[in-house]
Design a protein around this ligand. Sequence first.
Ligand SMILES: [Cu+2]
Length: 150
Amino acid sequence: MKNQTIRKTLSSLLFSSAILLTQPVLAKTTVSDAWARATVTGQNMGGAYMTLKSDREARLIGASSPVSEEVQLHTMTMEGQQMVMQQVRAIELPANTTVALTGQYHLMFMGLKAPLKEGTVIPVTLKVKLPSGYVETILLQVPVKALSTR
Ligand SMILES: [Cu+2]
């Protein structure tokens, strides 16, 4: 009888700590169709593309990867006849809304340490900030696809 009570207490303790541990993870941003474009020797910039969806209002505030010195969040705009890329500080992720980082918005590897080779997979870390201040870190394994892929 005594033994049983202890076991019950233990299991409820474990249960509540498990909930505490997993709570931040409940803020969930899903990443799909991530890929990076292969680069040629001498090219020091490269693009990565993906689709993001957060289950609550959030903002993508940064990205990093060991393949380059920096990973910037970019937006593309037309200035006259010219396509101009600009760095943005954050990309808004409205709740339950699919946000495409597939063109106008994209990730840009700046200062590539080596060419991105088709068929390889590169790690990319995303940082997503919630209004509460909590920063979700998402580690992606991003496949590198041919230069001609659209
Ligand atoms: Cu860019």
